[in-house]
Design a protein around this ligand. Structure first.
Ligand code: 5GP
Length: 121
């Protein structure tokens, strides 16, 4: 994927609109366009890494910052106490569709078990 095809870089550059809930020099957070829970936010590093493992190997501090940002957003959304789920999808079987690492923050209701999705056909 070239950077010009990278949806998240285009959102960071304000070429594509998004509901931005947090931004600093290194990280941006946006509401997911197809929310899977009452709160569904994507925490995205501005620098592109393909997945969480690539990010962790290159910049573990940034990975930690993403978790801290997610918790701050959970507090803003009023779901830090009731609970939330943080999730990285990696590659096809996990359903990763955008190969610029992003941390899903989900909450606002009982989220159920981890493997509730349909069996892959
Ligand atoms: P993945 O499946 O790669 O882990 O997650 C990609 C996420 O990006 C999906 O939850 C999807 O709904 C979200 N998404 C895809 N296109 C857009 C968009 O244009 N704007 C926003 N805000 N989210 C998007």
């Amino acid at each position: 994927m070239s950077d010009s095809d990278n949806l998240f870089l285009r959102i960071i550059d304000r070429e594509i609109p998004a509901d931005i809930v947090f931004e600093n020099e290194r990280v941006i957070a946006i509401r997911d366009i197809n929310p899977q829970a009452p709160t569904h936010v994507l925490v995205i590093p501005k620098k592109r890494y393909r997945n969480a493992a690539e990010l962790a190997a290159a910049d573990a501090q940034l990975l930690g910052e993403m978790v801290t940002v997610a918790h701050q957003i959970a507090e803003q959304e009023g779901i830090a106490e009731s609970g939330y789920r943080l999730l990285f999808n990696t590659n096809q079987d996990a359903g990763q569709t955008i190969f610029h690492v992003h941390l899903h923050l989900l909450g606002g209701e009982w989220l159920g078990g981890l493997t509730g999705g349909p069996i892959k056909g």
